[in-house]
Design a protein around this ligand. Sequence first.
Ligand code: PGA
Length: 266
Amino acid sequence: MFAVGNWKMNLTLEEALGLASGVVSQVSELGLGAESTLQVGIAPPFPYLHAVGTLLEGSGVELVAQDCHAETKGAFMSWVSAPMLRSVGVRRVIVGHSERRKHGGDDDTRVRAKLEAALAAGLGVILCVGESLEEREAGRQAEVVGTQLRAALTGLSVEQWAETVIAYEPLWAIGTGKTASPEQAGEMHTQIIGQILPELLPAGVDAPFVLYGGSVKPANIDALAAIDGVGGVLVGGASLEANSFGRIAQGCAPGGGGVSNDARSE
Ligand code: PGA
């Protein structure tokens, strides 16, 4: 399982370094790396990536960026490209987050371009998908998520799939304190893994991790991690405190409520 903390636009440099070292000490007890099925990542704001990345060296915690531009370089003032991120030690980029789709105008075409740019730069991706409250109330959640996934992932190579993680984040659950019920999350994860991904995956390629995101916290991690098809979590608010994120990572560790990679691909 994969537990990722998305710090969004929060913290000063000093606070970010303090939180990063707190996360490292919390997860060092859980055991990361080759002998564990648990993966942990944190996504600090751009200005702290290099400093936090230096602090994470040797810890096994992945340095994740919150976004990237689709172009590699040029007159795109204030933006950050995937090769730039790679050069400061970033391992993976979040693309298609609903806050980027809503406030930054990222539509499916731009999300696809960013995803391709990240993969071309040698980075992994976390592709976020999810439906709005209106879409869920109209019963359109599977159609909306299917459209987002097809737009971003159709035609990826075997190597590109190996670097791809998906995060299902229902918009109505992000930052609202409302979490999808185990039935709602389970139904969507089953749909993604059982119906949508088999259309898209080349023969013989295992399904990628499908994370759940939206008001994940210590109080609900065990129930979420136990849901069939949930391969980890993308955590906003509750990742801003080391103990809280540590407890969430523990819930994703083998024996901590989460399933192993082996169970995921069965
Ligand atoms: P939240 O954010 O955990 O604060 O709901 C999740 C996300 O936006 O990835």
